[in-house]
Structure formats: C-alpha cells, structure tokens
Ligand binder design. Structure first.
Ligand code: ATP
Ligand code: MG
Length: 342
C-alpha cells in the first residue's frame, strides 16, 4: 500500500548525496540572515526598556529582579520581535496571579500603556507598551528556567556563527510556512533552535556544553542546571569544518525529512546524542503528550518540546521537512522557493 511505498522512498533517500553545487547558494542565504538580524539601535532600545522598567518595579519591590529572556536575549531574535521579560521575586505571601495584578498597577502608575494582565493563561503575564521606545513586551513571573535556557542558547551561539545563520533561516522558513505555532500543534522557535544545536553537535561543529566540566551552576525548582559556560575558550571548536550555511540547511532538512527515526529516537542536546524513546518512557501517549516528534528539553529532561504535536500536525511538519529538503536538493532558486508563503 501507500505506507510501504512511502517508507521505501524514505529509505532510498536516506543516503542521498547532497547536490554538488549546494555552496553556490550560501551568499543568498547569508544575505537573508543579515536582513533579519536586529540593528544595534534596536538592541540599545531593548536595554533601555529593561533599565527603565527595572527602576519602576524596584521602587515597589526592592528585592525583585527583572531579566530579559527569549529571542531578544538568546541571540536568535529577529528585528522587531516582541520582548520577553521575567520578574524574579521571592514573596511567599502572594500568588503568581496576585503578583501579576499588582505588577499591572505598578506599571499603570509608571505611565506605561496598553497594560493587560493575562492571569488565566498557562503562563500568566502582563502585556504592555512603552511609549518612550515604542516597544511592546510581555512580563512573566518566576520563570527562571526560561532565563537559564536563554543563557544556554546564547552561549552556544557564541561558539560558531553558523548556528545563528542556520537557526535564523530555519525560523524564517518555519514562520513563512506557518509551522512555528506551538499553540496550534507545530513547534516553538525554542524547539527549532534546539534542533539546530543538535545537528551541529552531530557534525562536531558545536560541543556538548552540559557534558563538559561545569563552570556555571544553578538549581531551579529541582532541576540542576550545570554546564561549561566559558565559551570564549571554544571559538575554534568548529574550525575543522568548512560546511557552509546552505550545506547545513540541506543537512538539517534532509535529517528531519529522511533520516530521523520518528518511532524510536529522541534528540538531546544535553547529551549531544540521539537517545531512545524507550529509555525515556516516551513510547506511548500519556495525557496530552503524544511524543510523535521527540525533542528533549536540556534542563527539564522530562519535558518533550514536541509534545504539542498531534497526529495531524506531525503530517504537516513532515511534509514541510520533505518539501524543504527537496527544494534544497533540486530547486534552481532555493533561497526564494523555500520561503514561499504557505
Ligand atoms: P520568537 O522569535 O519566535 O519570539 P523566541 O526565542 O522568543 O522566538 P519562544 O518559543 O517564543 O521563542 O520562547 C521564548 C522563550 O521561552 C524561549 O527562549 C525559552 O527560554 C522559553 N520557552 C519557550 N518554550 C519553552 C518550552 N516548551 N519549554 C521551556 N522553555 C520554553
Ligand atoms: Mg518570543
């Protein structure tokens, strides 16, 4: 039947060599990357917003601290992306919802605009707009793991520039093809960056920082986060590899289209390896976690970043991976066709 023949096609394509002229497309992918990177001016405005909000909030809560996290701090953010902030506050008396509501009051008094406390969201936040910089942001409370995984991603990005080049293009592809919507059953930007790190670890362009001797340690809600963070000592790590961004893109999509074993494998940047679903007990659906594509969170190791993917969206994702792999293999103009809107 159809199933058998599509399996056979996948098997045949598994060892398909990369097109001989793949490197020819590197310059056009690099110029797309450059066009997505935020300007120095924008980064300065984000810092300015962090400073002014910290000042307003600290007046009321002297022991609190405001952190930037997500794409504006992990170095995988596009120009004009929203700003994610996390307020860390140790107050045993108040619930998260109370803190969010009080925070909204504090921000009102500080002349910020469009303030909306969203207390019923899975992660409660306050949204706001700063009239001074024109920037919009979301503030969450005590989500320190997100602050730490932001640092891990930023540290990986410093080791080899090709990680940012690859991840920007993959994110741009995912946004153009509408497969970057975790609340609709596809994957978050965070998951795509982890997938890129994993590929570069397999190709020895990136090390596995969590397997090296730790220089950075924190414990957040029972998770021990420890890894080697002196990444300025590693900036020659990938120098042996001459892979261009276009070759890495080909490898990324080829891997997810034809090589990844969706029935058995979990990708893990914590170990720098592929581990088995069996070992993690991710072989069957538990509650809403279906484990149809398994991406281990580097710190919350019981957390599968692919758990939002269901039996419909897994098909969409795999078809998009195959489309992208075939464009990179055959299309005369891959740096245009890849991003054609869905
Ligand atoms: P975008 O440019 O699309 O806004 P982003 O880097 O802000 O990308 P998001 O997927 O919106 O990525 O996530 C924001 C941050 O929230 C991530 O950097 C990560 O720290 C955290 N995060 C997101 N999803 C998860 C998750 N499933 N588990 C743990 N942390 C997550
Ligand atoms: Mg974001």
């Amino acid at each position: 039947g159809h199933h058998v023949s599509s399996q056979r096609i996948r098997f045949q394509r598994r060892n398909r060599p990369c097109r001989y002229d793949i490197d020819r497309f590197a310059p056009s992918f690099l110029s797309i990357f450059e066009s997505l990177v935020p300007s120095q001016d924008e980064i300065a405005k984000q810092k300015q917003l962090l400073t002014s909000l910290s000042r307003i909030i600290n007046k009321e809560w002297p022991n609190s601290k405001l952190y930037l996290y997500g794409s504006c701090a992990n170095s995988f953010g596009f120009s004009n992306s929203d700003i994610d902030l996390c307020l860390s506050i140790d107050d045993k008396e108040m619930s998260k919802v109370d803190i969010i509501l009080k925070l909204a009051d504090i921000l009102h008094a500080g002349n910020l605009q469009n303030i909306q406390p969203l207390t019923r969201a899975r992660v409660p936040i306050v949204k706001l707009m700063d009239p001074e910089t024109g920037l919009s942001c979301d503030i969450c409370v005590n989500n320190l793991l997100a602050v730490i995984n932001t640092k891990l991603l930023r540290d990986y990005a410093q080791i080899d520039i090709r990680l940012r080049q690859l991840a920007f293009i993959v994110k741009h592809w995912a946004k153009s093809r509408r497969v970057n919507e975790a609340y609709q059953g596809t994957l978050s930007s965070y998951a795509y960056v982890i997938m890129c790190i994993h590929l570069l670890q397999l190709r020895r362009i990136l090390p596995c920082l969590q397997e090296m001797e730790a220089t950075y340690f924190v414990t957040v809600d029972e998770s021990n986060c420890a890894y080697f963070d002196q990444v300025d000592k590693l900036n020659n790590y990938g120098a042996h590899s001459r892979d261009t961004v276009s070759r890495l893109l080909w490898a990324f999509f080829h891997y997810w289209a034809y090589e990844h074993d969706y029935t058995r494998d979990v990708i893990s940047i914590r170990t720098g390896r592929i581990i088995s679903k069996e070992r993690k007990d991710w072989t069957r659906r538990v509650g809403n976690d279906r484990h149809l594509i398994c991406i281990e969170d580097p710190f919350e190791t019981s957390h599968d970043l692919g758990r939002v993917v269901d039996k419909f969206t897994i098909k969409i994702l795999r078809e998009e991976f195959e489309r992208a792999a075939n464009i990179l293999q055959f299309d005369p103009n891959p740096s245009v066709t890849l991003f054609e809107p869905y």
